[in-house]
Structure formats: C-alpha cells, structure tokens
Design a protein around this ligand. Structure first.
Ligand SMILES: Cc1cc2nc3c(=O)[nH]c(=O)nc-3n(C[C@H](O)[C@H](O)[C@H](O)COP(=O)(O)OP(=O)(O)OC[C@H]3O[C@@H](n4cnc5c(N)ncnc54)[C@H](O)[C@@H]3O)c2cc1C
Length: 396
C-alpha cells in the first residue's frame, strides 16, 4: 500500500507538492519524492492534472516485524483534561505493552500543556506524544484525525486504543481510513496472542449473543475502541511523569468544513453516567415521568445519578443521555439500583458488571433478578419511600 508516481507521465508541474497538506512531497533532482510524512490522504492524487499519481490498493503484506512498535492510547481531552476513559485504557494498555515487551504511550493532538503531563503522574506511561499546532483547537474531527494519523505514520505504534466515546467513535474511523488499517469498535476485551503477538480484540456481536474475537493480521496499527467503564484504571505509583514529545504538524488547510463559533454545555454533558459510583435507574414499571421524582430523591440521598431503560427513554419520560444498555451507556458503578426494569438482555449488557446490583420489581420472575445481588419484590411506590426514610434515619 503506498503512493505510486509514474515519473514518465509526471510533468513536474508542482501542483501535488503545493496541495499536499503534510509537506510530504518534494521535487528533488527532476523527480517527485514521497517522504514518510505521507498519510495517503489522496490530496495529491486529486490535484494531479496528468493522473501521474495513484494510491496502490493491492493486498497488503504482513507487517514487517519490529517496524511497528509500542502501544498507544488516544488521549481524548478537553482543554488539557483527559477523559476518564483514557486512564482506564492506560490500565489495559500497560498489560498489553508488558506482554509485547514494548513501551506504552499516550498520543493526542492540540497544544501540549503541563496539565496533560501532570495528569499522567505515577502512571505506567513512557511518553506523551502531542501532534501540535495552535490551529488544531478546539476539537474538530477532520483536522484532529489528520494530525493523529501523521503521528501514527511517523512513530508507528503497533496498537492504538481509544475510548468509544462520542468523539472516539467519530475520530477513530477517520484515523483508521487515513492509516489504511482496520478498527474494531466497542471492544469488551483486549489481549495479546502469545504466538503471533497480534492484538486479540473481543466484542459482542449479533445483539450480544456471541463474543467475536477479531485480529488485524495484515495492517498496522491495530486499532480498537473500548467503551468507558469496561476497563479498570491502574493505581498511581510514585511521581514519575512521561516524556513530553511535541510533534509539530502542518496547519490544517483544506479541512475547514466545520468552524467552531461558540461552545455551550448541553444538559446531556452534565449527565455523568459512566463516572457515577451510584446509579438509580428506572424503567417502564415507573408508569410515567413523575415516577423518576422518587428515584431522584433516592439518588440525592445516596449521592448518585439517574439512569433509565430504553423503554423509559422511548416513552419520553427522560432524555436519552440517561439510557443504560446496548444502545445507551455501559456503566459500572459500585451500586446499581434497577427500579421497574425487567432486565432485558440489551439492558443487562450495559450494567451487569456493576459492583452491587439491587432490583425492585413487582414480578418475582423478572430476569433482572438473575443478575441482582439483592432483590425486592414489590411496588416501587411502596418500597422506595421506606428505603429513603431508612437511609435518612441512618444518616442522622
Ligand atoms: C437492538 C436493541 C437495542 C436495545 N437497546 C437497549 C438499551 O440500550 N437499553 C435498554 O434498556 N433496552 C434496550 N433495548 C430494549 C430492551 O429489549 C427492552 O425492551 C427494554 O429494556 C425494556 O425496558 P423496561 O425493562 O423498562 O420495560 P419492561 O420490559 O416493560 O419492564 C418493566 C418492568 O417493570 C416492572 N413493574 C411494573 N410495575 C412496577 C411497579 N409499580 N413497581 C416495580 N416494578 C414494576 C414489571 O414487572 C417489568 O418487569 C434494546 C432493544 C433492541 C432490539
């Protein structure tokens, strides 16, 4: 896979050199040369009036042993503060790096800051790579994808992991396309094949009925996204910080399809389901939006957040940002209280790894009781007020 130049057809007009956003083409000694900065973005192919350039789409060879080394975690951040999933991926990434006997690094795009470095204090991260250009911030998919792809092409990590957050889901496919490699989305397990050293990327398939393990045998880097709260962050040891490696990247020129004019925090962004230690979730059994008031009281007493089943969201009782499950968020709080939720497979897929699960349901045969540590068979309108009263008494 690479950029092919037909030198006999090339007229040396220089348009490809001019249009390349990465400065990856040079005219040397009467010929166009491609440097390692090339991300195969195709801008030069489109620009060439003589059709002398093409991207070779032939079958890729198995990656050269040792040419790609290191495990990278994408450092999703807002103004220098990393998303919690970054720390969870560092936990898993460190295990993978140990198995491969290679370094673990965090890679991101934007402007490097002292805060980024200090947030990684005491974690097993060797380097923090920042594809740097002031014109990159605030976050936009296309320029950030190109910047990250440039980092990958230059430093060649063998695996790149990212959170399956809204941003990760949008950014990583773009990076994978620019790097001409594969991407496995929403993994729940990652491991290394002891024989081949390949990344084993496991994820649910067919509505969670089977677990599929996917390998990227012929391309690098091996890319995977993982939902927040699936992996566990490592504990911090000592005060060591990673080496900061600033990598200047060209100013994005042709990518300005999106311009950020202003920024406002939506209600959704205030819902931190995946970070909550306590979640009180309601379903169709609540009978209406008013039912969530009792849940809010309980959540306030316990210091928790409100979750919901899809049935409650579809009924318009609560916004989608609260939905837990296969098409909502995957959560792993210490305490999950399911109220009026039957426990369908798609709901359980998003909450069954919670620490302690408590279910309140009128139906003793509801499937939620199969995963619950404690179950109360009864009407929530009778059960919750008693529970709240009892907890408040204990607080005093
Ligand atoms: C592709 C796909 C993706 C999906 N993704 C999701 C997802 O992300 N999240 C999700 O939740 N679902 C999802 N679903 C829907 C899922 O299959 C169920 O339909 C849904 O979870 C049911 O929600 P529920 O448990 O609130 O409602 P129900 O299944 O109707 O259960 C209501 C429960 O409340 C109990 N109840 C009734 N009255 C009371 C009372 N007064 N007090 C206490 N308990 C009471 C009942 O006994 C019952 O068990 C998905 C489905 C598909 C096909």
């Amino acid at each position: 896979m690479g950029l092919l130049i037909e030198h006999e057809t090339c007229t040396l007009c220089g348009l490809c050199v001019e249009k390349c956003p990465y400065g990856a083409l040079q005219q040397v000694g009467g010929r166009i040369r491609v440097t390692e900065q090339c991300t195969l973005c195709g801008a030069c192919v489109e620009a060439c009036p003589a059709a002398a350039l093409s991207i070779e789409e032939g079958a890729a060879a198995a990656p050269e042993s040792g040419a790609w080394r290191g495990v990278w975690v994408y450092g999703e951040h807002d103004d220098g503060r990393f998303h919690p999933v970054v720390f969870e991926l560092i936990g898993k990434g460190a295990q993978l790096a140990r198995a491969l006997n290679c370094p673990l690094s965090v890679a991101t795009a934007g402007v490097a800051s002292g805060q980024m470095v200090s947030e990684l204090t005491g974690l097993p991260v060797q380097s923090l790579y920042v594809a740097e250009n002031k014109a990159l911030g605030p976050y936009r998919d296309a320029p950030h994808a190109r910047a990250l792809a440039t980092l990958v092409q230059r430093h060649r990590p063998e695996a790149l992991l990212a959170g399956a957050t809204a941003r990760g889901r949008s950014l990583m496919p773009r990076v994978a396309v620019l790097c001409r490699t594969g991407l496995t989305a929403d993994c729940t397990g990652l491991d290394i094949d002891a024989q081949t050293g390949n990344l084993l990327q496991t994820r649910p398939a067919f509505g969670g009925n089977i677990m599929a393990t996917i390998e990227t045998r012929r391309h690098r880097p091996q890319m995977a996204t993982v939902r927040p709260r699936v992996m566990t962050p490592p504990s911090r040891r000592g005060t060591a910080v990673p080496a900061l490696r600033r990598v200047p990247v060209p100013e994005p020129t042709s990518d300005h399809l999106v311009q950020v004019i202003s920024r406002a925090v939506r209600e959704e962004e205030r819902v931190h389901l995946t970070e909550a230690d306590v979640l009180i979730a309601g379903g169709r059994g609540l009978g209406g939006a008013a039912g969530f008031e009792l849940l809010r009281e309980l959540a306030e007493t316990l210091g928790g957040e409100i979750g919901a089943s899809r049935a409650a969201v579809d009924a318009g009782w609560i916004p989608y940002a609260h939905q837990v499950g296969q098409t909502g968020k995957t959560v792993q709080p210490d305490l999950y209280v399911a109220v009026g939720i039957s426990g369908a497979l798609q709901h359980r897929a998003g909450m069954q790894s919670s620490g302690t699960i408590v279910a309140v349901n009128t139906d003793p045969n509801a499937p939620i009781f199969q995963v619950a540590d404690y179950g109360v068979v009864g009407d929530y309108r009778a059960v919750l007020p008693q529970l709240i009263r009892r907890l408040r008494q204990e607080e005093r």
